[in-house]
Design a protein around this ligand. Structure first.
Ligand code: UGA
Length: 441
């Protein structure tokens, strides 16, 4: 058992606090936000993450987690300090490391002796390992870069079953001590230098973004040539060199991570690879995906002004209440700007909308309520509950018959059988039988 301080009670910090407590450690979380800390002491988490409230409660009941706004209290007797503060994008796409520098400076000023090993989990501008070593320059601290690969909505699962753990440091002993914390998770460990560890996070997110834009482009081609999008995805994903993840075509990626890290990697590519063409194309394809919906509705109706359009889902993906860079919000915004009456429903997103947008939307209490009298319905987030909706009830509630399935929620045949005209991002399956040797499963 180790005493571990965690600086930053955000998405990553709280998941690590609850997860490391479950592994038997004593956790001390520090955050400067008093309200956040007061809520967390009572087990109230300020964001939606499945399984996390239960895990946190277990840690609190076993008295393995404390929350404080005092660095001195949080760092007391800590063997490790995990730094989990935000690193937002700046205007040129690079990452803003000011919160990180401030946290490092407070840790240096307030840590006792012996000093804790500083474990940086924040996504950082590549080279921040060196910056950290510059700040922690009095010989007391070892610094380790340990990027997090948690995906929102499945962060608890990702914590306990990581695909890999990357540890970057110039201090081998410290690296091995951090690696030992993860030993119970039985994940492959990559022990490397800080810059490699930091860049591995950006490169992974850049690749995931590229895969999604690839899938979206391929799906358009498939539609043009009459290939079946689902069969195609299956054929691709069975190749272990390609892999199944992040190949789902749809409205494209959003969230705080992929867009931000793509911008950061593009900024590095401009400086060190001669051009950022590859990442520029990934971003362009992604933006065009969401525009296609509005263009299609405009083509279809002549104008969307005065039309009621239902948007199901506001979160950037299922199982989160995060709306940052959400394709759903971008579409709702565009439609409202074109004077459509936009009725929205999301199972968990509540007060998170900017007031300027919220005032232009009709908030509905259910999917069917949003669909009532609508001319068209857009499935914008892949919430599982949308796939389970009764298509007949939706269709009867609506005035029009257009369904835009932006997330592959429904099977095309059932949608058409319910009387809808379907606009989908997955190229439709042909009706002729599958060729011999290809299983439909
Ligand atoms: C991503 C990475 O997956 C994590 O490994 C990483 O730790 C995290 O960023 C981060 O940098 O902190 P996240 O943004 O939570 O996680 O979500 P993803 O599951 O990667 O999805 C990102 C976006 O891609 C979503 O908008 C999703 O709807 C979209 N997506 C995903 C697709 O359009 N198609 C797919 O096949 C998969």
């Amino acid at each position: 058992m180790s005493v571990i301080a965690i600086v930053g009670a955000g998405h990553v910090g709280v998941v690590y606090a609850a997860g490391l407590a479950e592994l038997g450690h004593q956790i001390q979380v520090v955050d400067i936000d008093e309200r956040r800390i007061a809520g967390l002491r009572e087990g109230r988490i300020w964001f939606y993450e499945p399984g996390l409230p239960e895990l946190l409660e277990r840690g609190l009941k076993r008295r393995r987690i404390t929350f404080t706004t005092s660095y001195a209290d949080g760092l007391r007797r800590a063997r490790f300090v995990f730094v989990c503060v935000p690193t937002p994008s700046t205007a040129d796409g690079s990452l803003d490391d000011s919160y990180l520098r401030a946290a490092f400076a407070r840790i240096r000023a307030e840590a006792g002796r012996p000093a804790p090993i500083v474990v940086n989990k924040s996504t950082v501008p590549v080279g921040t390992g060196d910056i950290a070593e510059g700040i922690f320059d009095d010989g007391r601290f070892a610094v380790v870069s340990n990027p997090e690969f948690l995906a929102e909505g499945r962060a608890v699962e990702d914590f306990f079953h990581p695909a890999r753990v990357v540890i970057g440091t110039h201090d081998r002993t410290a690296g091995e001590l951090v690696a030992a914390l993860y030993a119970p998770l039985r994940a492959p460990i990559v022990l490397t230098d800080p810059v490699t560890a930091e860049f591995s996070k950006l490169a992974a997110n850049g690749f995931l973004a590229m895969k999604i834009s690839f899938a979206n482009t391929i799906s358009k081609i498939a539609e043009g040539i009459g290939a079946d999008g689902e069969g195609l995805a299956k054929a691709l994903s069975l190749d272990p060199r390609i892999g199944a993840g992040h190949l789902r075509p749809g409205l494209g990626y959003g969230g705080s991570c992929l867009p931000k890290d793509l911008a950061a990697i593009a900024s590095l590519a401009r400086r060190f690879a001669g051009s950022a063409d590859l990442f520029g194309a990934v971003d362009r394809v992604n933006r065009e995906q969401r525009l296609r919906v509005v263009e299609m509705l405009t083509d279809r109706f002549g104008t969307v002004a005065g039309r009621r359009i239902a948007v199901l889902g506001l979160a950037f993906k299922a199982n989160t209440d995060d709306v940052r860079e959400s394709p759903a919000l971008a579409i709702a915004r565009q439609l409202a700007d074109l004077h459509a009456r936009v009725a929205v429903y999301d199972p968990v997103v509540n007060g998170q909308l900017h007031p300027d947008l919220a005032k232009d939307l009709i908030r509905s209490r259910s999917a069917v309520a949003a669909a009532r009298n609508a001319d068209a319905l857009i499935v914008a987030t892949d919430w599982p509950e949308f796939s389970a909706l009764d298509l007949g009830s939706l269709r009867r509630a609506m005035k029009g018959d257009l369904l835009v399935d932006g997330r592959g929620a429904f099977d095309a045949t059932s949608v058409r059988r319910a009387g809808f005209e379907l606009f989908s991002f997955v190229a439709p399956a042909r009706t002729r039988p599958a060729p011999v040797g290809v299983s439909a499963a």
